[in-house]
Design a protein around this ligand. Structure first.
Ligand SMILES: Cc1cc2nc3c(=O)[nH]c(=O)nc-3n(C[C@H](O)[C@H](O)[C@H](O)COP(=O)(O)O)c2cc1C
Length: 172
């Protein structure tokens, strides 16, 4: 798929077919995440792959009962790992860079999934501590985004956006 078709086609998908996603598809998604830029190239984030049905259900419960999450055959949990960047960047690593590193990696993963015809939705509403326990991450690894991935069972319309002119501020 061409890049701008990927951008245009991507929608938040919350209904998935029960079909699994392929190993190759998942590998491409993870490689795309790994190719995202990061502060100082320190990659101060971790990705946890959740596939087991009961763990998917626990993840959905930890995400404020957004139970559709469990319907996706795979969820990726993007977490900050601020310690990897703290030595070089101090507080800014913790407050900003590790979050940016994790979330741009998630954005790359999301687009790589779309490019392969898969559906995703960015999940930000969850209890980080509950999610951390579900994925078995140690303290210091903080979940910031969950990305369920599967084959779309519906095709939502593109929602309205603010106009480009409304959110763009030109100099002068
Ligand atoms: C930071 C962030 C947090 C979000 N959290 C949730 C969420 O917890 N649950 C959900 O169903 N969708 C969530 N979404 C998806 C948005 O609702 C969705 O992207 C938005 O409505 C626009 O629709 P579109 O993605 O199809 O363009 C989130 C998106 C972002 C970027």
């Amino acid at each position: 798929m061409k890049f701008f078709d990927v951008i245009k086609k991507r929608r938040a998908i919350r209904n998935y077919l029960p079909a699994p996603i392929g190993e190759d598809e998942l590998k491409r998604i993870l490689e795309a995440a790994n190719s995202a830029p990061s502060a100082g190239n320190l990659q101060s984030y971790e990705i946890y792959v959740v596939m087991e049905k009961r763990r998917r259900e626990s993840l959905a419960r930890a995400a404020r009962e957004q139970l559709f999450i469990a319907g996706a055959p795979v969820s990726l949990v993007f977490c900050t790992h601020a310690a990897l960047a703290q030595e070089r960047y101090g507080k800014r690593a913790e407050r900003l860079y590790s979050i940016q590193d994790a979330t741009i990696a998630c954005a790359f993963a999301m687009l790589a999934a779309t490019a392969q015809g898969l559906g995703t939705v960015w999940i930000g509403a969850f209890e980080p501590e509950d999610v951390r326990k579900v994925i078995g991450a140690p303290p210091g690894i903080v979940p910031v985004a969950i990305l369920p991935i599967g084959r779309a069972a519906d095709a939502p319309e593109a929602p309205e956006r603010r106009g480009v002119e409304d959110l763009t501020h030109w100099e002068g």
